[in-house]
Design a protein around this ligand. Structure first.
Ligand code: CTP
Length: 404
């Protein structure tokens, strides 16, 4: 996600400085070139060697270092940054930025940069609640500085409350978000993901192999691109995506209720969930006991949620999914017409690397005007962005969906 991006990471002197090491690792893993600037106080908590080893770049600490000036020059770091992150950012550093003070390498470089600046504050709760700090934060937000956290928890000083450094994985997510185009700004995106479970008795259910990965990837990508996202998810083993309203449901009927309740307010709907088409006709109150011989289960149809929203749609852009094991394109095209879709993501779940429970997918994107785009095997994360690219393109071209 961060390939060819240069990130300058400022580390200030707080006990959370050690967590910045994990952040460097995560940024590097995403392909970013990371250059670390430490304040003198930060070097009291963690040695520059730690960051130098993890970033594979020299660490900068001194404003007036002749060697560093010759090699790069402190202003050049400010110019080269695609994004500036400070984690942890102390109340002192935030106060200095707000007051326009540039008296060390980090504060000078931040003042000189034109890149977005993402601050991850960490401090004692009372400092965080101090009205002077609050004013400084508000002022910086007004000037476009971005903030990640802090969060509530047990603080190193013994207090419990707000002021704990945001989780490095979430700071990374905010960094990716800061560097993403905002072409879905103003959109209300509703995504469904995962399987549904249809209960047979208190201990058994009917379900499918959906992992939820595709829908979650779409929700994350849409949020990065500026949308306000609601994710309605069946039972899966994935963490709730940061910054996404997540509604957990179990059965198809619960999913239907959650989707219908939010449909009207949505502008884009992506139905990646593998909703059960049938449920046991009755749910036994007690565990069904075995008896001699076979057992016949009566199944009743569930509502087709996608077809239902298709019938009710006004201006929403609707993307459906089709999981097929034969005649992929033919079946998918039929579903576009039947369910009044604007686009369908068709995947042959029998192909290796496609479909359920894997990190990759191989799909055809078919739009309602009949265009078919064959996509190769790719990570669900990359596919999520391509699906959203096409949604944006179709919306921009004014190919407004026909009203139901
Ligand atoms: N879908 C839905 N409600 C259902 C069944 C499916 O909203 N009860 C949605 C899925 O979320 C998906 C699309 O319909 O976006 C297609 O699902 P799929 O299982 O491929 O097809 P079905 O319409 O169920 O048809 P069939 O099982 O006959 O292929």
């Amino acid at each position: 996600m961060l390939r060819e991006k240069t990130i300058v990471l400022g580390v200030t002197g707080g006990i959370a400085a050690y967590k910045a090491a994990e952040l460097v690792r995560l940024l590097v893993k995403q392909g970013a070139a990371v250059h670390v600037i430490m304040t003198r106080a930060a070097t009291e908590f963690v040695t520059p060697l730690t960051f130098q080893t993890l970033s594979a770049n020299p660490v900068h600490t001194e404003l007036f270092s002749l060697v560093e000036e010759q090699d790069i020059g402190h202003i050049s770091l400010a110019d080269r940054a695609d994004l500036f992150i400070v984690a942890p950012a102390t109340a002192n550093l935030i106060g200095k930025i707000a007051a326009g003070i540039a008296d060390d390498l980090l504060s000078t470089t931040i003042m000189a940069t034109k890149s977005p600046v993402l601050l991850a504050p960490a401090m004692n709760t009372n400092m965080y609640l101090n009205p002077i700090y609050r004013e400084n934060e508000e002022k910086l937000r007004r000037h476009g500085y971005l903030f990640a956290g802090p969060v509530s928890g047990q603080l190193a000083c013994g207090w419990e409350g707000e002021g704990k450094l945001q989780d490095p994985a979430i700071i990374l997510e905010e960094a990716i978000c800061a560097l993403s185009p905002k072409d879905l700004g103003g959109e209300q995106v509703l995504v469904t993901a995962g399987p549904t479970r249809e209960e047979l008795d208190p201990v058994r259910y009917l379900s499918n192999h959906s992992s939820g990965k595709m829908g979650y990837a779409i929700a994350v990508a849409a949020r990065r691109r500026g949308a306000c996202v609601t994710l309605v998810t069946g039972p899966v083993c994935l963490d709730e995506p940061h910054g996404v309203e997540t509604i957990r449901v179990v059965s198809a009927s619960e999913m239907r209720e959650a989707v219908l309740g939010r449909f009207e307010a949505s502008t884009i709907v992506v139905k990646a969930a593998a909703v059960a088409d049938y449920r046991p006709e009755t749910r036994a109150g007690n565990k069904i006991k075995k008896s001699v011989g076979n057992m016949v289960l009566n199944l009743a149809r569930t509502h087709d949620i996608l077809a239902e929203i298709g019938r009710h749609k006004t201006s929403q852009f609707i993307v459906g999914f089709a999981a097929e094991t034969e005649d992929l394109a033919g079946n998918a095209v039929k579903k576009i017409a039947e369910k009044k879709l604007d686009m369908i993501v068709a995947n042959d779940v029998t192909r290796e690397g496609a479909g359920f429970a894997v990190d990759t997918n191989i799909v055809k994107l078919i739009s309602r005007d009949g265009r078919v785009e064959d996509l190769p095997l790719m990570a669900k994360e990359s596919l999520a962005d391509i699906i959203l690219d096409r949604v944006v393109e179709m919306k921009n071209q004014g190919r407004r969906p026909a009203s139901g």
